[in-house]
Design a protein around this ligand. Structure first.
Ligand SMILES: C[S@@+](CC[C@H](N)C(=O)[O-])C[C@H]1O[C@@H](n2cnc3c(N)ncnc32)[C@H](O)[C@@H]1O
Length: 162
């Protein structure tokens, strides 16, 4: 995709995340997740790992996991992608295309995720997904998907708004 066409498509989208798509081309999102990424202390090397990002919105953390070498990344969202709310799935789809990413998308509510439907993962990210008391319930649902293994503990990184 040429730069002018990409810029044109970027401008047509309401972005949540600021994502670097090309040198000098950052999506104009509300949220710059870089400081939160630093606080997460994700392993630099995710080679061979499978990662589930629950509630990725535009997918900043999904693409970051892929960049760090994850073998498989699944981005699972529902609320923000449905088009019935503040934004749509267009940002995620355009970022994936522009980055040449292989991150998989699943249109599903976290409560409907199960090991039977999506499998288990080495790392489950559920960042900023809920502002209220459902956060704990959602976290328990996501935790069911974190694989236990001896070499690298399955882990769940949860961030909820206060
Ligand atoms: C504030 S955004 C956080 C985006 C990203 N994880 C981050 O930390 O920057 C909240 C996201 O959680 C998603 N979400 C909320 N409830 C959800 C649910 N029940 N199942 C899946 N995703 C959900 C929203 O659609 C949205 O994409």
């Amino acid at each position: 995709m040429d730069e002018a066409a990409l810029r044109h498509r970027v401008e047509a989208i309401r972005w949540y995340h600021q994502i670097d798509l090309r040198p000098g081309l950052r999506t104009p999102g509300l949220d710059d997740p870089r400081e939160r990424l630093r606080m997460l202390h994700l392993p630099e090397d995710l080679s061979g790992r499978e990662v589930l990002d629950v509630g990725p919105w535009d997918g900043f953390f999904s693409f970051e996991a892929e960049r760090r070498g994850a073998r498989r990344v699944v981005a699972a969202d529902s609320f923000a992608w449905s088009g019935a709310n503040w934004s749509t799935k267009e940002g995620f789809l355009l970022a994936r295309e522009a980055l040449g990413s292989r991150v998989e998308d699943a249109d599903v509510d976290v409560m409907d995720l199960s090991p039977a439907s999506v499998g288990e993962f080495d790392l489950v990210l559920m960042l900023g997904v809920s502002r209220d008391s459902t956060a704990y319930r959602l976290a328990r649902a996501a935790k069911r998907l974190a694989r236990r293994e001896r070499v690298w503990q399955g882990r769940l990184a949860v961030h909820a708004f206060k």
